[in-house]
Design a protein around this ligand. Sequence first.
Ligand code: 5GP
Length: 148
Amino acid sequence: MMADCILSKIAKKQIKAHIFYEDDEFISFLDINPITEGHSLLIPKKEAETIHDLDEKQQKALGTAIYNVSEILKKKYGINISILNTSGKESGQSVPYFHIHLVPRKKEDRLWEGEKSKVIYDRSSGFKRLSPSKQILEKICKELKNLR
Ligand code: 5GP
């Protein structure tokens, strides 16, 4: 159920996450198993399962929130970023709570294959995510908070 899922608990601040951005409608924090360093999730404070479930306030605030988080990440990681949302199980959504992935990118990061850059977000692909320690996430989070 959506209310029991991990992102819902993070939104309600029942479970700790490394939150570095907050506005009236959204929060953003570091993904616990990042694709690249700085991989962040943006989620609404009020629960919604997919993009189709956002209320009018959330719809209006979403663009600004994506922009603001991108600007924070730009200050630490540069301009290159992949932004994506999975809405619906068949799109690869594994947690039933609306979230946008923001993945800082650089030339020849671990998502480059030969001359081609790609993004692998589907956890069932077997692509090995990173597993940074709490201390590392804490350090990155502190830096990002200061960049607002
Ligand atoms: P999806 O696979 O649904 O597109 O994305 C879910 C994301 O949530 C994944 O990237 C996963 O690593 C992240 N995630 C799952 N559990 C937690 C958690 O407890 N804390 C944080 N910060 N991220 C999580």
